[in-house]
Design a protein around this ligand. Structure first.
Ligand code: AQP
Length: 351
């Protein structure tokens, strides 16, 4: 049975990239699937151990999930630190994965920068914890932005290596399930997870530089639209967004070599649930002086209600904490069920 899992780090204000690339997909998937959505607070320690407002930020991401329409009664919403089985499985995956696999991760290279020797060991092992987040629930589908694609491939590699290394034990204990790996049908314990990436907003770029992704850690606030921005700020940022002097093309091919224009068209498409083609058939031939105000109106129309609901929820931290506590309790039951079997497969003694 399909099970959806995804997570967001409490590392700063959420932005339109997080919303269109991930959270909007979380909402769309909840009608037809069982879903588990997690605020991955342990992940946020990899870049910065001491956070001033970690609890507050964790509540704020939770509020964004709920304000966007995720139903915490039907699905599970919680923060990672409440379910210690994530860390336990991550340790085991640290022993499954190879250092070379981690060293190849572009996110590690980007975030560690030149001084790699000084990056935290947690930053290197980040994808192992991410694999554990997903596989401790034996989730089958993971909606994420394009930037997480490589980590999801690594999750598949870890699942496959675990299934291979322990194939005899898995068969002996009868805990495997039949699954297709490429052309082959194998009996494995962990599913080979499918990424859910795509659509016109899988990679939203900075509003100031079309070659950089929109990111929480960009020092320029003008580079991103925060989920908490008010209508005036959204309009101002779109008005100031970098563009080129040409009119919009009528066809998607005409966006090639025009990253800023492509990005704004992608944002419009993501917000309006349209394809880029459809946006261009409406705005092709128009100047940015026409397109930008239309985009600003659309962004305000779609984002202002989310921001308003987030503010309302943040005024009641006890409610948010109760959602996280309840979600954590439900998640822990599933995660412990998996870990009991994992300990048995490996041969670790426990109850
Ligand atoms: N620019 C983006 N376009 C589309 N999707 C994006 N995501 C992030 N940026 C974009 C997706 O949002 C989800 C949550 O991200 P995260 O907070 O867990 O990790 P991140 O990728 O590190 O987020 P940021 O904002 O880019 O933070 P920094 O500045 O720390 O790098 C993920 O599904 C991600 O793909």
């Amino acid at each position: 049975k399909p099970l959806v899992f995804s997570g967001v780090q409490p590392t700063g204000n959420l932005h339109l990239g997080n919303y269109l690339g991930a959270i909007k997909k979380f909402v769309a998937l909840q009608d037809t699937n069982d879903c588990i959505y997690c605020v991955v607070d342990l992940h946020s320690l990899t870049a910065q151990l001491v956070h001033q407002d970690l609890g507050e930020q964790t509540r704020s991401i939770t509020a964004a999930f709920l304000a966007s329409g995720i139903d915490p009664k039907k699905h599970i919403v919680f923060n990672q630190a409440r379910v210690m089985q994530h860390a336990e499985l991550a340790w085991i995956f640290n022993c499954v994965a190879r250092i070379g696999w981690m060293n190849r991760m572009t996110q590690f290279k980007d975030k560690a920068g030149k001084d790699r020797e000084n990056a935290s060991l947690g930053l290197l092992a980040y994808p192992s914890l991410m694999a554990a987040d997903i596989l401790v629930y034996r989730a089958t589908h993971v909606p994420v932005g394009e930037d997480q694609k490589q980590h999801l491939e690594l999750t598949r590699d870890i699942a496959q290596k675990f299934n291979n290394d322990f194939s005899a034990r898995i068969a002996e204990l009868g805990v495997g399930v039949e699954m297709k790996v490429g052309e082959e049908t194998v009996n494995g314990f962990f599913p080979i997870t499918e990424p859910v990436i795509g659509g016109p907003a899988a990679r939203i770029m900075s509003l100031r530089d079309g070659s950089k992704k929109m990111s929480k850690s960009d020092p320029s606030d003008l580079s991103r639209i925060n989920l908490t921005d008010d209508a005036d700020t959204i309009s101002k940022k779109i008005k100031k967004a970098k563009t080129d002097p040409d009119a919009l093309p009528g066809e998607v091919e005409g966006l090639e070599g025009r990253p800023e224009a492509e990005n704004l068209v992608g944002i419009y498409a993501g917000l309006a649930d349209m394809s880029k083609e459809a946006v261009l058939s409406e705005f092709g031939g128009q100047q940015f002086s026409v397109f930008k105000p239309a985009l600003a109106d659309l962004a305000v129309e779609k984002m202002a209600p989310v921001a308003g609901e987030m503010r309302r929820l943040m005024a009641d931290p006890a409610y948010i904490d109760s959602v996280l506590r309840d979600g954590g309790n439900r998640a822990r039951v599933i995660a412990e069920g998996t870990m009991k079997k994992v300990r048995e497969i490996i041969g670790l003694l426990g109850d």
